[in-house]
Design a protein around this ligand. Sequence first.
Ligand code: 7RM
Length: 636
Amino acid sequence: MSTKIKTFVEYQQQYELSISNPEAFWADKADSFVWRKKWDKVLEWNFEDPNIQWFINGKLNITENCIDRHLSTKGDKTAIIWEPNNPDTPVRKLTYNELYLEVSKFANVLKNNNVKKGDRVCLYMPMVPELAIAVLACARIGAIHSVVFAGFSSNSLADRIKDSKVSLVVTSDGAYRGNKSMGIKKIVDEAIVSCPTVEKVIVYQHTNEPVHLVEGRDVWWTEEMNKVSSTCEPEIMDSEDPLFILYTSGSTGTPKGVLHTTGGYMVYVDYSFQNIFQVEDNSVYWCTADIGWITGHSYLTYAPLLAGATTIIFEGVPTFPDASRFWQVIDKHNVTHFYTAPTAIRSLMSFGLEPLENSKLDSLKVLGSVGEPINEEAWHWYHNHVGKGNCPIVDTWWQTETGGILISPLAGITPTKPSYATLPLPGVQPIIVDTDGNELLGNNVEGNLCMKFPWPSIIRTTYGDHERCRQNYFSTYKGLYFTGDGCRRDEDGYYRILGRVDDVINVSGHRMGTAEVENAINEHDDVIESAVVGYPHDIKGQGIYAFVICDNTTKNVETLRVEITNVVAKIIGPIAKPDRIQVVRGLPKTRSGKIMRRILRKVAEGDISSLGDTSTLLDPTVVDDIIKGALVPLKA
Ligand code: 7RM
């Protein structure tokens, strides 16, 4: 396995090396894996098309690297610990040997159900070990997995299934979430009505609630598993064969399917994981993200297994049975590495220190943060009360499109600084540009964050629409990958992510396009038009503020708000419900019809002292009415 950086000086040397000779640098990292055939060339790339290829003509299977190669030394080591929603339900543990058997068997089940290399398989499941097993089984046979977070609505699920022409869906009867249980299979049934490509559905029994199986289409996980053998030779994949698709929101249109490939993704997530988290052989690593998000793909599933570590899959929520759950689980499993989101930390902070009082938390060594900027207050609370002042916090900046963490401290090795993601990993070349694309050199600068050189796990395309990939990430600034984030490089050269500069909002670490939410709101019969912006929210980071124009409706505002909220939950999912809905007479538009979101953002923030010039608006008086009806105390 690749050697870990152990000192700050070594980090600096490795960084220099990775810039002066990227191909030699990454070839060295890739050498530690099992390849069925070595690559001919490390890298070919251009950011114009874009066309990016790593470890060209290398042949491998990522699951052989996640599982098989550990068996001789770590077969009996725990690979996965499953902590159920209800703390009274027994924990499940799978050793690497057991994981090997389960993955091989389910890979054979997929084959028996007609899945072939390159086919798309959609996974719509709660956080049970079978989700990770299904992910790995797809990778074992070269099927492309598309995991859809089980909180998305049937409508969102259908869009994703259709976009990638999925032939098989894996799901469960139901899911538990805190003290609730909900149907999952029925959401799949609703979705599939409009998805003619789906031929098979495999159902894992979890909550035992009654479900309807469609004859000839739907089969039970367990019955299928009883029919197959427990060996499955890994499909030999090209380094650039697709590994998975993961849908993510952007500033325009519907979510796009970010496509990641095999060799580069494997090398980068392993390298970043090992160096950032510094896990050791006896570590117990817990990432609280759902496998439905990129963090759950890269740093709950693939990277910990590549590293031969023990990874926890948690089915529940931070506040069930009460707000001490995370801390209880940390003590219960002696968690050494804990990786969560600022929104969870802020939410738990609001319960005070009492929920922490019965937990020792003395197994902890490293804390991680991901998904959104972590404010200083939350950073210090996390550091002092969870880490007891002894655990470095790795504030890890990355995106679905980057595949792996690009900017982060290395735990215990490089400095930390509250609210800073700090320094780029070796191989990562950030550049800050102004709005015209001029590079801002030196320190103490602020602008838009781009990357000027590819790293092995960079997005390759957006599924079925390469032009959209080019447009979105590679056309704003010529020759650069544009992240969509604003960024400051301080006087010491440390990076601080300032948040999105496009029409993407980040609600509790979940990415959402304002256009996507607007389209959902507009589905309500009485809504004529809407405009959505983000505003600062104490716990969620950003909240969703919707300004809506309604037809001459007789309904009262409260009824409208409830109905609109329900429409959004139905069309996208509960995570996209607006926090505030203001019914307005008009929206601030320019004479060319463009909504001036800047003004709406200011109103939503409660700051009307600097609205800027409103005289160019078609009807400046709408702004006065919006201010009068605003749902927050306004600072003049
Ligand atoms: C991993 C993930 C990506 C967006 C990204 C940022 C924001 C993520 C941090 C962060 C500040 C961080 N993928 N973001 N991590 N902002 N500090 N450490 O979240 O595709 O879902 O979202 O999230 O705006 O562009 S994501």
